[in-house]
Design a protein. Structure first.
Length: 217
């Protein structure tokens, strides 16, 4: 059995985490473009280059602080710009744009799960490269599950709130989205009090059970 060093663990974890965050953001912009808004493309954000999506506070500072102070890693990338005025049906299309992010994470979750299910990756071969791949796939599964569950929360400005907004009257939507300025403080409180873990647990547990079933566990 091979024991990975801290540096190896960081590199192995960084690859699926970067993909999970980057593809999530690109999916928002890509769907917006298909629905009539070219803002993300014109801003050069339809790229898998992670540098284009890094938010210094949300991608670097906050995750490091959360890792040090809590058992829960939380952060965000620089949001892909979307101009709702360019969308053909703004209320419906903003919901579709929002759903594209978690949708991309679902696709990546499925891909990492399928890759981990092949005989070589499942552990029949215990070579050093195969162990690195196994650990990478495990991180890919976990980070995408967390991002799906977290982003589907109906708390502005998370993606789930944009989906909910499509079903509200204009007046109710304005009142609901006014909560956006309090969204991050509320989320931080939920994390530090342990409430967020309880909220996310049913969805996370369900997705882990599906993954386990696919892997034959």
């Amino acid at each position: 059995m091979f024991e990975l060093s801290l540096a190896e663990k960081i590199v192995v974890a960084a690859i699926p985490i970067i993909f999970a965050i980057t593809v999530h953001e690109v999916a928002h912009g890509w769907v917006a473009g298909k629905l009539g808004d070219p803002t993300a493309r014109l801003a050069g954000r339809l790229t898998l280059n992670p540098v284009k999506h890094i938010d210094p506070l949300g991608t670097i500072v906050v995750p490091l602080v959360m890792i040090v102070l809590t058992p829960f890693a939380f952060g965000w990338a620089k949001p892909v710009p979307v101009d709702w005025r360019n969308l053909k049906q703004p209320r419906r299309d903003m919901a579709l744009v929002a759903a594209a992010g978690p949708g991309a994470n679902i696709v990546m979750l499925a891909l990492w799960t399928l890759l981990l299910s092949v005989p070589f990756a499942a552990g029949n071969a215990v070579s050093y490269p195969s162990m690195l791949f196994i650990e990478m796939a495990k991180v890919g599964i976990i980070i995408n599950i967390v991002l799906i569950a977290l982003n589907l929360l109906p708390l502005p400005p998370l993606d789930g709130s944009r989906i909910v907004t499509a079903f509200l009257s204009p007046a109710a939507a304005r009142r609901y989205n006014a909560l956006e300025r309090w969204g991050l403080p509320i989320l931080v409180v939920l994390i530090f009090t342990g409430v967020l873990e309880k909220i996310l647990y049913p969805m996370v547990d369900f997705m882990l059970s599906v993954v386990s079933m696919v892997l034959g566990g």
